[in-house]
Every structure is written in structure tokens, then in C-alpha cells.
Design a binder for this molecule. Structure first.
Ligand code: XIL
Length: 349
């Protein structure tokens, strides 16, 4: 008797939970990457790929490109001065090669996730430059031929267009940027080289400064192939017009474009099941707009769209405990309206 009461309570509470979450599973899995003529990427959690079957199935059936979310960042892969941890990336490179999945490298130089030895090892300007170049050279050389493109530099500009005063800027000066790209090019002349940042999805001082700086470096002979727009955005910001304008500016400047870390946060009150459904519909429309816009870019400038996580249970945004449901699959790995819309042949243009 006690047992059946307990089971009934459990059933009721799970029903209540799904009512609050909103019933979001509305279509079957359809292999998202087959719907688009450019690569569709996933920010990959390599641990989940290894240990969670549902994650494995979706990652392999829906995506044609992977960006490791953690394992190429300096603190992870280069924890001591004379030690690179190549085991995991080696395994992943093999895995992707066998399955013809493209691998994108993220990221060589960033102001975060720097190993402590790099902070401690302060030498002369030329020694510091050598330290930075060695990091790039060894990592890129090791992966040469297996990683299609690299985010050579991540988040190096401030909102007002000035350069962020990160470790390498302070030690080497503004030239660290061109030196980083040159080092990557020397290590693998066939990998595509990207600058990656947030806030470039709207026109303004940051985008202008990035374009001006990268263009002038190109004129000096530095190879920079493309720009990654992270696109951690919300269901109502930025406007489609702003995004179109930003993409036009980048495309006219002659860079490839990667929508590199896409997630679209649901903002607003999820007060009722109906409201929750409406918000997820709005999110679906935003994803569709983004994909349509990308499709309209010149083909030779399309590198692909990468989604920053698989399901709403995996998103990095959960780290600050706000439930923003920014991805294509819900917390139980069921397709959300956004996924359904992106794979709906009747509404696609
Ligand atoms: C994030 C990862 O998703 C998190 O899991 C990690 O804790 C911190 O880094 N911009 C970037 C990414 O370029 O590397 C960040 O990834 C998200 C913001």
C-alpha cells in the first residue's frame, strides 16, 4: 500500500515537471546536417561522447563537424611547460577521420584557461614571444592535416574596439596578434585560420576595429582566413537587420564566416505552458532566421554553423544556474521546436 502511494506521488510529480517544462518533443530525429549544404558543427563534450549512449547517437547522426569544447584549450592540453596532453585529441582525431567528421580547433590563444606555468614564466619580450609561438607551433604541428581550421585567437578585442590587455598583449604588445597567425601558418599552411569573438554579430566599434586590424595584417602578408561569430544570443537580441549588416561587412571585407558557438537563450517569463510553448516557437524562428541568413552568404565564405552544445542539459550556460534552454534538444535529449523547424522541408526556403 505504502509502495503504491509512493509510486503515484512519483508519477504525479514527474507529470507536473513535464507540464512546467512544456511538452517540447514535436518531431522525429531527421539528421540535421543533411539538410544544409555547409557543415553543421557541435561543441563536443568528449566525456559524454564516450560514456553516454544518447549523446553519442545524436552527435553522430545530426552533426558533420565537431569543435572540442574543452580539450584543446591551453590549460587542458599544455598543463606544464614541457608536457602536452595529446591522448584525448589523438583519440578524437582518429575517431573523426574514420567517420569523416570535420574537426575544428578551439582555441590557441585566449585570455582564459591559461595554464599557471605560462603566468609564472615571465622572461624578456622576445622570450615571451617564443613561449607563445612554441605553444602554437607544437599544438598545430601535432594536429596538422587532421584539424581543418583553428580559432587562432579568441576574444582579443574590447567592446569599444580597443585591444584587450591579456597576458600576451601585456608581455609582447599588439604585435602578438600577427605573430600568433604567422606561427599557426608556419605550423600548418593548409589549416584555415580564424579570429573568433562575441559581439561581432552587430555593427559597431568592435566589429569595425576587428575588420580594420585583420585587413591591415592581411595587407602585410599575414594569412587570416576567416572570422568566427560566436553568437551567444537571445530570442530577441540582436535584430535580424543588425546581424545581416554585420555579416555583409565581414563578407565584403573578404573573410570566411563561421557561426562558431551558436546558442539562443530563451528570455522572458515562462509563466504558463502556453507561454513556454510560444517562447520555444520564437526560439525556433530565430534559429531558422540564422540558418537562412547563413545560407545566403557567398558559398566560398561559408565555413559552417556550430552549435555550442547538444542539449539543454549540456549547455555551458547552466554553469550559472539560469535555465535558458538555448539549444536544439531538450534536457531529455528530445528534439525541440527549433530542431523541428530546421529540418522541416515544407517551411525551408
Ligand atoms: C566555455 C565552455 O563551454 C565551458 O564549458 C567552459 O567552462 C568555459 O568555456 N566563449 C568561448 C568558449 O570561446 O570557449 C567558451 O566555452 C564559451 C564562451
Amino acid at each position: 500500500m505504502q509502495n503504491s502511494v509512493f509510486i503515484i506521488i512519483l508519477l504525479l510529480s514527474s507529470l507536473l515537471q513535464s507540464a512546467i517544462a512544456g511538452d517540447v518533443s514535436t518531431c522525429k530525429q531527421r539528421k540535421l546536417c543533411q539538410f544544409y549544404p555547409f557543415p553543421i558543427g557541435l561543441a563536443l563534450d568528449t566525456e559524454k561522447l564516450k560514456y553516454e549512449e544518447v549523446y553519442w547517437n545524436l552527435a553522430l547522426s545530426e552533426f558533420s563537424s565537431f569543435t572540442p569544447e574543452q580539450i584543446l584549450k591551453a590549460s587542458y592540453i599544455h598543463p606544464r611547460e614541457n608536457k602536452f596532453m595529446f591522448t584525448e585529441i589523438d583519440e578524437l582525431m582518429r575517431f573523426c577521420k574514420e567517420r569523416r567528421i570535420r574537426l575544428h580547433g578551439h582555441t590557441l590563444i585566449w585570455h582564459r584557461e591559461i595554464p599557471s606555468w605560462m603566468y609564472r614564466k615571465k622572461g624578456s619580450k622576445s622570450e615571451d614571444l617564443e613561449t607563445m609561438k612554441q605553444h602554437i607551433d607544437q599544438l598545430v604541428r601535432h594536429c596538422a592535416g587532421k584539424i581543418t581550421g583553428w580559432d587562432v585567437l579568441n576574444e582579443a578585442f574590447n567592446e569599444d574596439g580597443t585591444l584587450r590587455e591579456n597576458l600576451w598583449f601585456k608581455r609582447i604588445g599588439p604585435d602578438y596578434i600577427s605573430e600568433a597567425f604567422r606561427a599557426a601558418n608556419t605550423a600548418d599552411s593548409s589549416a584555415l585560420l580564424f579570429y573568433n569573438d562575441y559581439g561581432l554579430e552587430v555593427p559597431g566599434p568592435k566589429l569595425n576595429a576587428v575588420l580594420k586590424t585583420l585587413t591591415s595584417m592581411r595587407q602585410d602578408g599575414v594569412r587570416i582566413d576567416g572570422i568566427g561569430l560566436q553568437l551567444h544570443i537571445t530570442i530577441d537580441y540582436p535584430s535580424k537587420a543588425a546581424l545581416e549588416q554585420a555579416c555583409r561587412q565581414i563578407s565584403e571585407a573578404g573573410f570566411m564566416i563561421h557561426f562558431s558557438e551558436v546558442d539562443i537563450r530563451v528570455t522572458g517569463q515562462k509563466s504558463s505552458k502556453k507561454k513556454q510553448r510560444e517562447l520555444l516557437e520564437t526560439q525556433a524562428n530565430r534559429f531558422a532566421t540564422l540558418f537562412q541568413l547563413y545560407r545566403s552568404l557567398p558559398k566560398r565564405q561559408q565555413y559552417g554553423i556550430t552549435i555550442w552544445g547538444l542539449s539543454d542539459a549540456d549547455t555551458w550556460l547552466n554553469e550559472n544556474n539560469k535555465r535558458s534552454q538555448p539549444l536544439l534538444f531538450d534536457e531529455k535529449y528530445r528534439p525541440k521546436p527549433a530542431y523541428c523547424k530546421l529540418t522541416d522541408t515544407t517551411t525551408r526556403n
